[in-house]
Write a new protein. Structure first.
Length: 177
């Protein structure tokens, strides 16, 4: 009996994502690190794939992590396949939660880095507009201060904002800092 319990414990502890809620902050940190870490990217793709009943935000991250697989792939076919499938998942998550600043930011940041000839930049302006219009409501969306600051600073660094948008974002950063 003790041996059965030990085996069950070892088995379940090797799969921390089974039966446990996903830590959103851990996922955010992992996403940033996954840009340069293929192993971490694959780990999170697997975790999110195996987790039942994902929230729209978790579904969006699942798609975003999958698009990162495109960055790590060497075969052009796989690159495009990962990008297409990941983008579709992210877009479906956005359809479930159209007002989510974080989901829109994920898509904005991915499309920002893609070459325009791939045709994935069609949402940049709409996502930027929604983020800027909703940025003062970040607490209602359960975004912490650190996350909203990352989003605001990325918008500024992306060089895709006009003077009025830059001023709004800078003023927002001053208020919350």
């Amino acid at each position: 009996m003790v041996l059965k319990k030990l085996v069950l414990f070892v088995f379940l502890s090797s799969f921390p994502f089974i039966g446990f809620a996903i830590d959103i902050n851990e996922m955010r940190i992992a996403f940033t690190k996954s840009v340069e870490d293929e192993t971490l990217t694959r780990k999170w793709v697997s975790i999110l794939k195996e987790t039942p009943k994902l929230s729209p935000l978790e579904k969006g991250f699942a798609g975003a992590f999958e698009t990162l697989l495109a960055k790590h792939a060497w075969n052009p076919y796989f690159k495009l396949d990962y990008l297409k499938k990941g983008s579709q998942k992210l877009n479906l998550a956005i359809l479930e939660d159209k007002e989510s600043i974080e989901l829109r930011f994920l898509r904005y940041s991915i499309e920002h880095y893609l070459p325009t000839f791939l045709g994935y930049g069609q949402n940049i302006q709409a996502d930027k507009k929604l983020i800027i219009n909703q940025i003062n409501n970040y607490q209602k969306q359960n975004l912490d201060l650190k996350t909203i600051l990352v989003i605001a600073k990325f918008l500024l660094e992306s060089k895709r904002c006009n003077e009025q948008e830059i001023k709004l974002i800078q003023d927002f950063i001053k208020i919350i800092s």
